[in-house]
Design a protein around this ligand. Structure first.
Ligand SMILES: Cc1cc2nc3c(=O)[nH]c(=O)nc-3n(C[C@H](O)[C@H](O)[C@H](O)COP(=O)(O)OP(=O)(O)OC[C@H]3O[C@@H](n4cnc5c(N)ncnc54)[C@H](O)[C@@H]3O)c2cc1C
Length: 414
């Protein structure tokens, strides 16, 4: 079926990047069709930040860019045109109030991602962006090096001179992001930088950690070793799961862990529960605690440091009897306790697959995209925005800002 309705551009994918591109282009009086395979907008946006949407980070652009694994010079162009203050002001003008939490992470005061989505929905409506739901773009038609239309799964043929690929990555495929954009780009000659999991939970070999499932640790230092060489370290929060560990600092180190595992290295993770103290200070601290509470059994000590639910397995790990009292502890036992509290070592068996990650590493090569317009350097009228591009960052609001910034810049280039 050939549909000849005249659009200035078709945007494929109604995630944050696609919606922003469509809004900006429509504000510039372009006639836009937004095609989304789901029956609703921004399904993934709704689950960001645990449903609270960590929309950006307030740090300056230099620090912001440090959180990306690569492609920093590429993104610098988009951020120069539309950065964190611009994004917040975009929503504030529509009534959203933001708050800044730990490490500069910005959330709506309402703690509701749906409030962000509702503003985007209103702006799409106000600017007369047409939306085609439940439709999946299958191919992009190119003639003489220039986009001439798209075809869809239900066999619609739409003529158009500009197409924006905003299909996201491969993570959380149930939200609609199943990597279609990579295939569309590849068919048109684009290089896809190898797709890998990033920001994924880690699988731990030691089975006893199952008993720690659900326990979260605040402000611990976690170090990762590959063949005994430290490759990553973070201070912050983590959580035990039924298969291993997760939480912000674990997710941020997961890509490095994945790379080390690919090299078949022995990869281990060490947790320091008393990160503010060096080895000598830690020993002095433990000694002091034992002297202060001589009759207490060891299982009833260090409650401020170690959650009660961890104690049984922790003491087994340290080969310590739970009922030994502080004054009975031998030097060797104290040393084992010190090791456990400052260097609890776990073996990393693997990482969860890309589908379970927060973001996909890899994607359409930035070398083949004009950083100032987001247009393909290979096909005229073809644009890429958001996660489909080879950009990925740590947790903290950086990924959504990249999606919104590239969307905004592209929308202005159509
Ligand atoms: C659980 C979770 C929590 C997160 N939390 C945060 C956070 O708090 N802060 C942060 O910065 N980042 C967060 N992220 C990352 C963030 O969600 C992504 O960076 C962002 O959604 C990418 O936006 P996008 O528009 O490029 O892609 P997506 O949001 O993935 O949107 C792509 C859209 O394209 C549609 N689509 C795909 N193929 C087709 C096709 N062929 N035809 C039509 N439509 C198609 C999909 O259905 C989808 O709606 C989180 C991710 C996850 C999974």
């Amino acid at each position: 079926m050939l549909l000849m309705k005249c659009y200035d551009a078709i945007v494929v994918g109604a995630g944050p990047a696609g919606m922003m591109a469509a809004i900006r282009a429509a504000e510039n009086k372009k006639k836009i069709l937004l095609i989304e395979r789901n029956n609703n907008l921004g399904i993934k946006l709704l689950i960001t930040g645990g449903g609270r949407c960590n929309i950006t980070n307030i740090c300056d652009v230099q620090d912001f860019l440090k959180n990306f694994s690569k492609s920093r010079d590429f993104l610098r162009n988009s951020f120069a045109q539309f950065f964190n203050a611009d994004l917040l002001s975009f929503f504030e003008k529509s009534g959203i109030v933001f708050k800044i939490e730990e490490n500069g992470c910005v959330f709506p005061v309402s703690d509701k991602a749906v409030d962000i989505l509702n503003i985007l929905r209103q702006k799409l409506q106000k600017n007369n962006v047409e939306i085609l739901f439940n439709e999946r773009v299958k191919d992009i038609i190119v003639k003489d090096g220039k986009v001439s239309g798209v075809t869809t799964i239900s066999d619609k043929h739409l003529s158009v001179n500009s197409v924006v690929i905003a299909t996201g990555g491969l993570s959380y495929p149930e939200t609609g992001s199943t990597g279609d954009g990579y295939n569309l780009a590849k068919k048109l000659g684009h290089t896809i930088v190898t797709l890998k999991p990033a920001l994924v939970p880690i699988i731990i070999k030691e089975k006893f950690i199952k008993d720690w499932q659900g326990i979260s640790l605040k402000k611990v230092r976690v170090s990762v070793f590959s063949n005994d060489k430290k490759i990553a370290e973070r201070l912050g929060d983590m959580i035990f799961t039924h298969f291993g560990v997760s939480g912000p600092i674990i997710l941020d180190m997961s890509a490095a862990i994945y790379e080390a595992l690919e090299l078949k290295a022995k990869v281990e993770l060490a947790i320091n529960f008393i990160p503010g103290l060096n080895q000598q200070e830690s020993d002095a601290f433990i000694l002091h605690e034992l002297k202060m509470h001589p009759t207490k059994t060891i299982k009833n000590m260090f409650r401020d440091i170690l959650p009660r639910k961890m104690m049984e397995q922790f003491l087994k790990y340290c080969s310590l009897s739970p009922n030994v009292s502080a004054h009975q502890m031998a030097i060797e036992e104290r040393k084992r306790l010190l090791r456990g509290l400052s260097n609890l070592c776990l073996t990393i068996e693997g990482v969860l697959p890309i589908k379970d990650g927060i973001i996909t590493r890899g994607g359409v090569s930035t070398k083949e995209i004009n950083p100032k317009t987001l247009e393909s350097k290979l096909v005229r009228g073809l644009f890429f925005v958001g996660e489909v591009i080879d950009v990925d960052a740590a947790t903290g609001g950086y990924n959504l800002q990249a999606a919104f910034s590239t969307g905004w810049v592209c929308g202005g280039s159509i």
